[in-house]
Design a binder for this molecule. Structure first.
Ligand SMILES: Cc1cc2nc3c(=O)[nH]c(=O)nc-3n(C[C@H](O)[C@H](O)[C@H](O)COP(=O)(O)OP(=O)(O)OC[C@H]3O[C@@H](n4cnc5c(N)ncnc54)[C@H](O)[C@@H]3O)c2cc1C
Length: 581
């Protein structure tokens, strides 16, 4: 089949919050949004707890406090120029959503309601503050619907269920992408001046995760394969409260409303780990505390979970402020949170690292922040870096909207100035060869490998050896295992040979992305001999600002090996301090 060719000023890969916000801000240009999912099925739609902004609707609040909390939460690895933008522009972003019709929950006097969330404080750490703006526990759903409506109103062109397989560069400029139409197996070449990667996270590298099946790190891997480094991949956040064994998220909003954690002995163990903020300490701290309790045999009934107790909140609060999670718990566990505590364990949740960008969303490719013309990234697949070593709850929704908008605006500027570069010769060849190999393999010793088996092994090993706690030994082991899985991936063959909705083939492509992302994660984690934020090395338990107050960059060299380099952290207002809660 011949590929179909398209020409646009700008192509956005991803129809989640970041991609749609950029698209709204590019309205009027020739712009196409490509999404492997129908856009409103993107993971943004599952965000529960809220979006952080210092509106001060319930009590006094200031963007400086929000900025401080974000920097401290990041264990001082966030770039403070970007964090300042995040905290300042959060406020206007929430009002913009309100004006577009987003149905926020309300205070009795009609203002946008706000609740407490982990690590968000008043007066630089004194006590928890009400900062998270929410629409019950369906905030992300409402954001996604609101943005999609704006896109439809502005006649944004969508290509739904298109899986992007390759990023096209011509010399040192961006020239477009190649995508597979999942409905019929047709290859499409999108020739464009600018491309935004907004493909979301990569939580599926782990076994227990809150992330949807589609979160396979595609944009990160596409960038890596095009020679772009990935920044700070060693920092992967585990959210403390996933449903036991399933990983499905119970929002931190549940603790923001007053929910408490108990171990198997009925102790409020957070009193020992974070005496001021208790159950509202940042996620890295609570996840480690839970793991420590579990390792000491303090799980409930000796099992690998602790209890999240909401019972004292009463039926009305639980059913009106946390309706969706109440449903999840009833459906998946057969437990009623109004009368019983919920069994929870930490679940892989959020990639702090990603494709490095500046504050305009432009991808930067080295230690000197050299811009790659025409390539942009925003949202969870990007690293700007506002979250540093650990993200605070509610800050991702802010990030995707604030930096999605900035990326959209700068792309608008760029496509007005830049010329369309020529396409590389035979632009779809690499994508075609990849699909042919996965459909027709194996070519080695003749034994085909299965996608599901390889993916299971990857997820189990990553969970065991590169999650909440890590050591040099565990990381060295998992590095060898991931490399071996990469070799075996060359022998993968899918069973479905058709072209119509071949989800077998889609998963095979996604496994390749997962392996690339896992490889960089492990490489960077093995190199970083300190503990900071979500990266906790049992063999190096202290933070080491002298040697390690820097961002990592992991790049694939021409020989296929991974190479690490580092770049400095931007510090403006807040000098690194000891992190106590
Ligand atoms: C259960 C859950 C609850 C959360 N709750 C909160 C919260 O309350 N507050 C908060 O701040 N954060 C929350 N987060 C985090 C936050 O929701 C996400 O980080 C954020 O929504 C990511 O947005 P995004 O636009 O970057 O990506 P996504 O919304 O994940 O969208 C990614 C898009 O990329 C497309 N895509 C991916 N790969 C390809 C490809 N190869 N080709 C074409 N298209 C592709 C997908 O189709 C999708 O449209 C939560 C996360 C989870 C998992």
């Amino acid at each position: 089949m011949e590929a179909v060719y398209h020409r646009y000023d700008a192509v956005i890969v991803g129809g989640g919050g970041a991609g749609l916000m950029a698209a709204v801000n590019l309205a009027g240009q020739e712009v196409a949004v490509l999404s492997k999912l129908y856009p409103v099925r993107s993971h943004t739609g599952t965000a529960q707890g809220g979006i952080g902004a210092a509106l001060g609707n319930v009590e006094e609040d200031h963007w400086e406090w929000h900025m401080f909390d974000t920097v401290k939460g990041s264990d001082y690895l966030a770039d403070q120029d970007a964090t300042e933008i995040l905290a300042r522009e959060a406020v206007e972003t929430v009002y913009e959503l309100e004006h577009w019709g987003l149905p926020f929950s309300r205070t009795p006097d009609g203002k946008i309601a706000q609740r407490r969330f982990g690590g968000h404080t008043r007066e630089f750490g004194k006590a928890p503050v009400h900062r998270s703006c929410y629409a019950a526990d369906r905030t992300g759903h409402m954001i996604l619907q609101t943005l999609y409506q704006q896109c439809i109103k502005n006649r944004v062109k969508f290509f739904d269920e298109y899986l992007v397989l390759d990023l096209l560069l011509e010399g040192q400029r961006t020239a477009g992408v190649v995508a597979l139409s999942i409905a019929d197996g047709q290859l499409h070449v999108f020739h464009a001046k600018a491309v935004l990667l907004a493909t979301g996270g990569c939580g599926r590298i782990y076994q227990i995760t809150s992330n949807a099946h589609a979160l396979t790190g595609d944009g990160m891997a596409l960038a890596l394969r095009a020679g772009v480094p990935l920044e700070d991949m060693e920092f992967f956040q585990f959210h403390p409260t996933g449903i036991y064994k399933l990983g499905i998220l119970i929002t931190e909003g549940a603790r923001g409303e007053g929910g408490k954690l108990f171990n198997g002995r009925g102790e409020r163990f957070m009193e020992r780990y974070a005496p001021t903020l208790l159950d509202l300490a940042p996620r890295d701290i609570i996840s480690r505390a839970i793991y420590r309790e579990l390792r000491q045999g303090h799980g409930v009934e000796g099992k690998w979970y602790v209890h999240l107790d909401l019972r004292h909140l009463g039926r009305e609060v639980i059913e009106t402020k946390l309706p969706d999670i109440t449903d999840f718990v009833r459906t998946y566990l057969g437990i009623d949170p109004i009368t019983e505590p919920i069994p929870v364990q930490p679940t892989a949740h959020y990639a702090m690292g990603g494709v490095p960008t500046d504050v305009s969303g432009r991808v930067v490719v080295d230690e000197k922040n050299t811009v790659l013309p025409g390539l942009y990234a925003a949202g969870e697949c990007a690293c700007v870096s506002v979250h540093g070593a650990n993200r605070l709850g509610t800050n991702s929704l802010v990030d995707i909207l604030v930096f999605g908008r900035r990326a959209g605006r700068d792309m608008g500027r760029y496509v007005g100035e830049a010329e369309l570069p020529p396409l590389p010769a035979q632009p779809e060849e690499r994508a075609r060869a990849l699909l042919a190999r996965l459909r027709e393999g194996p070519n080695g010793d003749g034994r085909a490998e299965s996608v599901a088996a390889l993916r299971d092994e990857l997820q189990r090993e990553m969970m065991d050896k590169a999650s909440v706690f890590r050591t040099g030994e565990s990381l060295a082991e998992v590095r060898e295992q991931v490399r071996a899985l990469q070799e075996r991936y060359q022998q993968v063959r899918v069973q479905d040979r058709g072209w119509v909705f071949n989800t077998d083939l889609v998963e095979a492509v996604e496994l390749g992305f997962l392996l690339d992302v896992a490889e960089v994660t492990v490489e960077a984690a093995l190199a970083r001999q300190e503990s900071r934020g979500a990266h906790y090395r049992e063999d190096f338990p202290q933070r080491d600002d002298v040697k390690w107050l820097k961002h990592s960059l992991g790049r694939r060299t021409a020989s296929g090996a991974l190479e690490l380099s580092y770049k400095p952290v931007t510090i403006t207002r807040f000098q690194p301090q000891e992190r106590k809660y």
